[in-house]
Ligand binder design. Structure first.
Ligand code: ADP
Ligand code: MG
Ligand code: MG
Length: 880
């Protein structure tokens, strides 16, 4: 049976609906062609062909080579040119193009079809001999590197030597004869590198180039980028074979990149760069620092105005900001690529809000366009505007934000140090996609070369990494690991501050200030609130955090931990007295000292949250944390014994040691935690319940309004535990009400953070007014991995080697731990249909987890204050 699959589409056969098959670039080229935008003719090899080859050890599916051949013949017919023809040669580019754009991560080959047979004709047809040899030497270099895997320095060294010999500053200073000679040198070098195996037949070259583009889907930088962006490896890349147009045919030719709005700020204004007499690669690869687009009006006015009109048309058609590549050949404009532009978080929010105002998109569409992580990024600090430092140099503001870090001069080093948590500024001559692993973990990137539309800048903006590009006059010595800026030499340990919004670079660390939230940000929050079903609360345990959370839109507190209320230095003596007490009376006396201090803490939280519900969790940690360390205490007692210290002191320290030994646990994480402690010391929950109620009443008195009190019992495994704890709490609360002669509505509930609690949720619900899923512990106990040890240990390796997809402490393990949550909700509600359910823990601020919590019908999520806007948006997106 023959394979009937269609692997090759002519330009006119495609459109944007075929993006999965044709890749983003191919589908958009076809779409542009369809709506009348000038695009060089082309055909596209599908992603399906790439996947088929990839799944078959690189062997092409049957019929693919023939279909490419037929596609080429049709292209030759339409263009009236023939690949390899000495009269009317066709030159093509062979371009990668994935479904989701991956700027610069894969390979592209330009000028294929130029050869000893065709170079003269190319020169004659263009009336420009220099141009023909420029194309030829570029082709050998690109094809040699990409397809044959020859090291770039082989060609670069020859080019540098030629330029030095001719006293040429720029590539463009080389003459036709120079370039011809360079081409001959390149040919010889390439052939030598390959042991005489250089392929010179363009048809063969075409097939090999297509194959190389397929293979580039699996190259390391593409892998790193895909992983960081969550793009599946199974998608494959399409390959576009497109007739060349030439921006390097002289001064009436040019090439460039432009955006329909400013991708740093989102403002609708002219944004782009161009170079005359150049090929696109020079701009996007950051090889030459291009000129601002505005200057093109003076150089090529007609093409400039046509470009502006095309930009508008493409944005209108795609209803999103466009990132476009164009080339002008002898005054005539061609579009070579358009895609929805990668942009900063600020630009994402601004363009979405502006486009709603302009009537281009709906508010729901706007919400779907803004990634929750974008809001997160907007909450990052910026440089204090009142600083008085003078910049040491000013480059191009390629990706905004503030970055403070120690210098690194190569990507591997940056990856290593950044991975360890060091704040890094990566300093490079120019950044290439090969640096991606280092860029990703850096605070900021500083380059001596390259513009604002280079791949490096595009990627940095997309990832929210600050970048100052093309800083003039800085001298980088990558081997010596130094950079000289304005005569001062900075090395690896030195710290710089980058302002990616202005391009300024400062010596040392400038002070940072919290971000100011703008009106657009708030508008998006309001749109999200209008559609979401899930409530959003915050985890906060003091006035400042609670106030911040409220300002960011929290509708209450889902988790106020009380551990620190025992840990603070002024309380520890009383807490130790409580633990070392010999009877309940002594213990109660010690707790009575702690009560007023806790009450003050609660009053702070309640004041910030008045009118909203607040869940206070009673004490959770292992008791031994309040006592001295076992080893240290043993050493101390030994010392006192040896030095013959006074008896009373010795007796006291021995008593402490005995307690420490008694409380010592091999496995504290599975030890006397949560309510287990309260079961042993009932006076603790009694005291805490009283402090909570006194605080709530005091705030009511003072502010005329108080919070909805929710008292939460931690780490319950048995219904009987919760029953006992509830009785203690209720008795204390009612006693306080009776004393005060006032009462409030309040709830008593529990955390579900042990599998047994989830499995018996129907029983536990009899004693609970609410459940809060403590997914940190539920992950730990459900998978059986320690949250303190695993992340540094095997868990990282598991994620790296894809044994598991994501770190389950960051994003909920939906198919495992998630099922415990789903079951807990279902069983709990089967007993008590009105049971309130929520989640606290890191997952409450993770968009993917939030989507799951929405799907299992939780009432609210609770997360740290700065995640609140993220959670509001994620909750909205999960119902859209
Ligand atoms: P990337 O994804 O790395 O940007 P592209 O396929 O877009 O790769 O090509 C790299 C550069 O080559 C771009 O600047 C592009 O505009 C230019 N280019 C690609 N195809 C052609 C062509 N047919 N004619 C002229 N320039 C081209
Ligand atoms: Mg491109
Ligand atoms: Mg817990």
């Amino acid at each position: 049976m023959t394979d009937q699959t269609k692997y090759v589409y002519d330009l006119s056969e495609g459109d944007v609906s075929l993006k999965n098959l044709l890749g983003g670039k191919g589908a958009n080229l076809a779409e542009m062609n369809k709506i009348g935008v000038p695009v060089p003719d082309a055909f596209t090899v599908t992603t399906q062909a790439c996947v088929a080859a990839m799944n078959n050890g690189g062997t092409w599916p049957q019929g693919l080579a023939e279909q490419i051949d037929a596609g080429l013949s049709r292209l030759e017919e339409r263009t009236g040119k023939t690949l390899g023809s000495p009269d009317k040669p066709l030159l093509v580019s062979v371009r990668s193009g994935a479904v989701f754009s991956m700027p610069g991560m894969m390979d592209t080959i330009l000028n294929l079809g130029i050869s000893d047979d065709t170079v003269e004709a190319v020169a004659a047809l263009a009336g420009n001999e220099r141009f023909a040899w420029d194309c030829y030497r570029r082709f050998i270099q690109m094809y040699g590197e990409v397809v044959e895997g020859i090291s770039p320095h082989v060609f670069e060294d020859a080019l540098t030597a030629m330029k030095a010999d001719r006293g040429a500053e720029q590539d463009t200073d080389l003459s036709a004869a120079d370039l011809k000679e360079l081409t001959r040198q390149f040919q010889e070098l390439a052939n030598r590198e390959l042991g005489g195996d250089w392929t010179s037949d363009p048809k063969q070259q075409l097939l090999r180039a297509v194959n190389a583009v397929f293979a580039s889907w699996l190259n390391p930088r593409a892998e790193v980028y895909r992983k960081s962006q969550g793009i599946s490896r199974d998608l494959g890349t399409a390959v576009n074979v497109q007739e060349m147009v030439f921006g390097n045919r002289g001064e009436t030719s040019a090439t460039g990149v432009c955006f329909s709005r400013n991708p740093s700020t989102g403002v609708k204004e002219l944004y782009g760069e161009f170079l005359t007499n150049a090929q696109g690669e020079d701009v996007v690869a950051g090889i030459r620092t291009p000129r601002p687009l505005a200057e093109m009006e003076g150089v090529l006015p007609e093409a400039f105005h046509e470009l502006l009109a095309t930009m508008d048309a493409l944005e209108l058609h795609n209803k999103d900001m466009q990132d476009m590549e164009f080339t002008i050949e002898d005054g005539k404009l061609y579009m070579l690529q358009t895609r929805n532009g990668k942009r900063t978080a600020a630009a994402t929010v601004k363009t979405a809000v502006d486009m709603v105002d302009e009537g281009l998109i709906t508010t729901d569409e706007a919400l779907l366009r803004i990634n929750p992580a974008d809001l997160d990024a907007l909450l990052h600090p910026g440089i204090d505007p009142d600083h008085t430092a003078t910049p040491i140099v000013k480059g191009l503001p390629a990706s905004p934000g503030a970055a403070v870090g120690a210098l690194s001069f190569d990507a591997d080093d940056a990856a290593e140090r950044g991975g360890r948590g060091e704040q890094i500024i990566l300093v490079r001559y120019e950044t290439t996609p090969d640096d991606i692993h280092g860029v990703m973990v850096s605070q900021g990137v500083l380059t001596a070369h390259g513009g604002m539309t280079s791949h490096a800048a595009v990627v940095a903006r997309g990832m929210g990494i600050t970048c100052v590009a093309g800083a003039p006059g800085i001298k980088i010595d990558p081997l010596g690991k130094t950079v000289a800026i304005d005569g001062v030499v900075y090395g690896t340990g030195d710290v710089l501050t980058l302002n990616g919004s202005t391009g300024e670079v400062f010596a040392g660390a400038l002070p940072l200030v919290p971000p100011s939230i703008n009106e657009d940000f708030e508008k998006v929050g309001r749109w999200a609130d209008a559609v979401r079903r899930l409530g959003v609360r915050a985890n906060a345990e003091n006035f400042e955090d609670a106030s911040k959370a409220r300002e960011l839109g929290a509708e209450g507190i889902g988790l106020a931990r009380t551990e620190h209320m025992f840990m603070a230095a002024d309380r520890l003596p009383a807490v130790r007295k409580m633990i070392l007490a010999e009877n309940e009376d002594q213990r109660a006396a010690a707790l009575a000292e702690i009560l007023p201090m806790q009450q003050v803490d609660f009053e702070g939280i309640f004041t910030a949250m008045k009118g909203l519900p607040v869940t206070v969790r009673l004490l959770d940690p292992p008791l031994h944390e309040f006592l001295p360390n076992l080893v240290e205490q043993s050493v101390l007692v030994k010392e006192l014994e040896l030095t013959g210290a006074d008896e009373a002191r010795l007796a006291a320290e021995r008593a402490t040691l005995a307690q420490v030994k008694k409380l010592h646990e091999q496995n504290p994480m599975l030890g006397t935690r949560g309510c287990r402690l309260a079961m042993l010391y009932p006076s603790i929950p009694d005291m805490q319940a009283r402090a909570i109620i006194r605080a709530a009443l005091a705030v009511l008195e003072r502010e005329g309004e108080t919070v909805g009190v929710e008292i939460m019992i931690p780490l319950v495994a048995y219904e009987s535990e919760l029953k006992a704890q509830r009785e203690i709490v209720v008795a204390a609360v009612e006693d306080e009400f009776a004393k005060a002669g006032k009462r409030l509505d309040y709830l008593v509930g529990t955390m579900i953070e042990i599998p047994r609690a989830a499995l018996t949720a129907d029983q536990i619900a009899r004693e609970a007014d609410f459940f809060s899923f403590g997914t940190n512990d539920l992950t730990q106990t459900g998978i059986g991995i320690s949250r303190d040890d695993a992340e540094a240990g095997f868990l990282g390796a598991y994620v790296d080697t894809e044994v598991i997809e994501k770190n389950p402490f960051e994003s909920l393990d939906v198919s495992g731990v998630g099922q415990l949550v789903a079951l807990g909700v279902e069983k709990g509600r089967s007993t008590k249909p009105t049971l309130k359910t929520g989640v606290c823990g890191e997952h409450g601020g993770d968009p993917a987890s939030i989507e799951f919590f929405n799907s299992v019908g939780l009432d609210y999520v609770s997360c740290s204050p700065f995640r609140v806007p993220v959670a509001r948006l994620a909750a909205a997106r999960s119902v859209l």
